[in-house]
Design a protein around this ligand. Structure first.
Ligand code: OXD
Length: 326
C-alpha cells in the first residue's frame, strides 16, 4: 500500500476512512520523526496550514518516491517554496470547496459598508436614533481582481444582484459571464477608478504580489469599497490605510493580511472604516468536512492512479489543470 504522510498544523483531518486504501501516518510538524516519515512517503498532505518544519525537512523528500502533495488550502502559495517547486511531485490544492462561502462573505462585507451596519451597531450601543441615507448595491460596478474559481463565484453573486462585474486576469481573454470585460494586471491602475468596488480574490504568486499598489489605491473613486479575501501581500495595506484615513474610501474589508495573525498593535484594529477579520471568509459550518471529502477523493484517485483534481501549476501558483495522475 502507498504511504501517505499527513502533517496537520491547525486541525487534524479524519483519516479513518483512508486506512483501507493507504498506509496513513499522521505526524505533527514538531514531531522528531517527521523527516524520516517524509523520506518514506509516497504522498504528503499539508493540513490546515504549512509549517516551516516541512521546508526544513524537504531535502529528505525522495524524488523517486514522493509523487503527490496535497494542501487543504484553496491557495497553494505557502507550499510553493523553491525546493518543492523544483521537485517532480504533483501538487494539488482544495480549489472550489470554499468558493460560495467566500463569495457570500465578500457580499456581506460590501453590503455592510454600503448599508453602514458598523455605524448602526455603534449607534445602537449608544441608544442613539439617528436617521441616515445609505447606498444601493444594484446598479453599481465591481472589479474582481483574480477571476479564478473564487473570483468567478464572487462575480456571479454580484451580477445576480444587478452589479456590472469586470475582472482582472493574468492573461486577458474574451470575457464570458459573469464578467462583462477582462483586463490584464497592467491595466489595473488605469481602470480602477471606473468601479465602485474592488474585490480582491487573487492567489499569491510572483505576478500578484503587490498588484494592488499605491497607484491602484490612489486611482480608486471616492467612496469605493475594497475587499481582500485573496492573500494579504497582493494589496498594499499601508496605502489602503492612508486612503481610508484621508476619507477617500467608503470602507475596507480585509480578511487576509500580509502578516497573519494580524499583530495586536496593528492600527487596523482601531480603524472605524475597516472590517478586520482573521482569514475566515470561507470557513462556514461544515467546511472541514467538505475539505475532508475532497481529501478522501484525492487519496482514492492517487491510490488507484486515477487523475487527481485541482493540480497546481507550480510556476504560476494556482490550480489550472483540471486533472493529472501522479
Ligand atoms: C485559503 C484557504 O487558501 O483558506 O486561503 O483555504
Amino acid at each position: 500500500m502507498p504511504r501517505i504522510l499527513v502533517v496537520p498544523v491547525g486541525s487534524t483531518p479524519d483519516v479513518a476512512p483512508l486506512h483501507a486504501l493507504a498506509d496513513v501516518e499522521v505526524r505533527g510538524p514538531e514531531d522528531a520523526g517527521l523527516p524520516d516519515a517524509l523520506a518514506r512517503a509516497d504522498g504528503l498532505v499539508a493540513w490546515d496550514g504549512v509549517h516551516p518544519a516541512l521546508e526544513r525537512a524537504w531535502a529528505l523528500a525522495d524524488p523517486r518516491r514522493l509523487r503527490w502533495v496535497h494542501t487543504s488550502s484553496a491557495g497553494p502559495d505557502r507550499l510553493l517554496f523553491p525546493a518543492l517547486r523544483a521537485h517532480p511531485c504533483v501538487l494539488t490544492c482544495s480549489r472550489g470547496v470554499l468558493d460560495t462561502d467566500i463569495a457570500e462573505y465578500v457580499l456581506a462585507g460590501v453590503l455592510a459598508v454600503l448599508k453602514d451596519l458598523p455605524g448602526t451597531v455603534r449607534r445602537q450601543t449608544e441608544h442613539r436614533w439617528e436617521h441616515r441615507t445609505t447606498r444601493s448595491l444594484a446598479g453599481t460596478r465591481a472589479l474582481v481582481v483574480g477571476a479564478g474559481s473564487i473570483g468567478t463565484r464572487v462575480g456571479q453573486v454580484f451580477a445576480a444582484l444587478g452589479v456590472a462585474v469586470d475582472g482582472v486576469v493574468r492573461t486577458p481573454r474574451p470575457a464570458t459571464a459573469p464578467f462583462g470585460g477582462l483586463f490584464g494586471p497592467g491595466d489595473l491602475a488605469r481602470v480602477a477608478g471606473d468601479y465602485d468596488h474592488l474585490l480582491v480574490t487573487a492567489p499569491l504568486s510572483e505576478a500578484t504580489r503587490g498588484l494592488v499598489d499605491h497607484r491602484v489605491v490612489d486611482a480608486l473613486r471616492p467612496g469605493a469599497v475594497v475587499v481582500n479575501v485573496g492573500r494579504g501581500p497582493v494589496v498594499d495595506e499601508d496605502a489602503l490605510l492612508r486612503a481610508l484615513r484621508a476619507g477617500r474610501l467608503g470602507g475596507v474589508v480585509l480578511d487576509v493580511w500580509t502578516r497573519e495573525p494580524l499583530p495586536a498593535g496593528s492600527p487596523w484594529w482601531d480603524e472605524p472604516g475597516a472590517v478586520v477579520s482573521p482569514h475566515l471568509a470561507g470557513d462556514a459550518a461544515g467546511f472541514r468536512e467538505r475539505l475532508e471529502a475532497l481529501l478522501h477523493e484525492q487519496v482514492r484517485r492517487f491510490v488507484t492512479r486515477a487523475e487527481l483534481l485541482h493540480v497546481v501549476d507550480k510556476e504560476h501558483g494556482y490550480a489550472i489543470t483540471p486533472t493529472v495522475s501522479a
